[in-house]
Design a binder for this molecule. Structure first.
Ligand code: ADE
Length: 246
C-alpha cells in the first residue's frame, strides 16, 4: 500500500513513522509512505499557503492552489486527469467536518492500493479542495485538533496495521475491540498474584470453553458500561436506546 501525506508541518511525521510497528513496516517496504510539504508548491516570495476568509470571520483558510499543485505534481496527474486521479487514489481531507472514522471504514481503506491524506490547518481549507480534489472527508472524532496531522497519523496507524505483513500474528486482529461489534475482554499476564490482586481463577484453569464464556461475558458487560451505543448497532434486543424517542 502507498500513502501520500500533504501537510505544512512535515516534521510532525518523522518520529511516528520511524518507531514501532509502523517503522518496521516502512523499513521492510510493506507500506510506502511519502510526506510532502504543501509549502513547496506555494507561489511567490513568501510561499503563502493561507489567506483571510471571504465573507470575513476569524482565522485563516488554506489556499487551494498549493494543495492542488502538490497532489497533481507528486502523483503525476495533469489537470485534465482529476477524475482519473479520484478513481485511482482515495484522496482524503482530514477535517472535523468529515465522516467519523470507525473500524469498518478502516478495514475498507486497508483494501485500497493508494491513499492520499490532506491535512487541513487553521480555520479550514478552501472548499474547492473538497469539491474537486477529494473523494472523502474524514474526522477522527467529535473534537477539534489544531490540524489534520495527528488525525492523519491515526488513519495511517489504524489502516497499515491491517495490511497483510504488518502485524505478525493475524489472529490478534480477530479478537480485538470492535471486531465483533464489542469492546475487547480484559487481559491479564504474570504474576497471577500481584500485591494480593489476583487474576480471575478461570483464566488459570486451562478450561478453554469456560475461558471463552468468561471472556464473552466480560466483553458484553464492559461494552454495556462504556459504549452502550455499540450494542444498539449490533441489532441487539437489549438496545439501551429502545425507549429513546429518537
Ligand atoms: N482536524 C482538526 N480536527 C480534526 C478531527 N477531529 N478529525 C480530522 N481532522 C481534524
Amino acid at each position: 500500500m502507498r500513502i501520500d501525506v500533504y501537510t505544512i508541518f512535515p516534521g510532525i511525521f518523522s518520529s511516528p513513522l520511524r518507531e514501532g510497528l509502523l517503522g518496521k513496516a516502512l523499513q521492510r517496504g510493506v507500506v510506502d509512505i511519502r510526506v510532502h510539504d504543501i509549502r513547496d508548491y506555494a507561489q511567490g516570495k513568501h510561499r503563502q499557503v493561507d489567506d483571510v476568509p471571504f465573507g470575513g470571520g476569524p482565522g485563516m483558510v488554506m489556499k487551494p492552489e498549493p494543495i492542488f499543485e502538490a497532489v497533481l505534481n507528486t502523483l503525476g496527474y495533469r489537470w485534465e486527469e482529476l477524475d482519473r486521479l479520484k478513481e485511482e487514489v482515495r484522496v482524503i481531507l482530514l477535517t472535523p467536518r468529515g465522516r467519523r472514522l470507525e473500524q469498518s471504514w478502516v478495514k475498507e481503506l486497508a483494501e485500497e492500493e493508494h491513499l492520499a491524506l490532506i491535512c487541513g490547518r487553521y480555520e479550514g481549507v478552501d472548499e474547492r479542495v473538497l469539491e474537486h480534489l477529494c473523494t472523502d472527508a474524514l474526522s477522527v472524532g467529535d473534537y477539534v485538533l489544531s490540524g489534520g496531522e495527528f488525525a492523519a497519523l491515526v488513519v495511517i496507524d489504524a489502516v497499515t496495521r491491517l495490511v497483510p505483513g504488518v502485524v505478525g500474528n493475524r489472529e490478534s486482529l480477530q479478537e480485538e475491540s470492535f471486531s465483533g461489534g464489542l469492546l475487547e475482554y480484559p487481559q491479564y499476564t504474570r504474576p497471577a498474584d500481584y500485591r494480593g490482586w489476583k487474576v480471575p481463577e478461570v483464566l488459570l484453569s486451562g478450561n478453554h470453553a469456560a475461558i471463552a464464556e468468561w471472556r464473552a461475558k466480560k466483553a458484553r458487560e464492559w461494552t454495556e458500561r462504556q459504549r452502550p451505543d455499540l450494542l444498539g448497532q449490533r441489532g441487539s434486543n437489549e438496545d439501551p436506546r429502545e425507549n429513546d424517542p429518537d
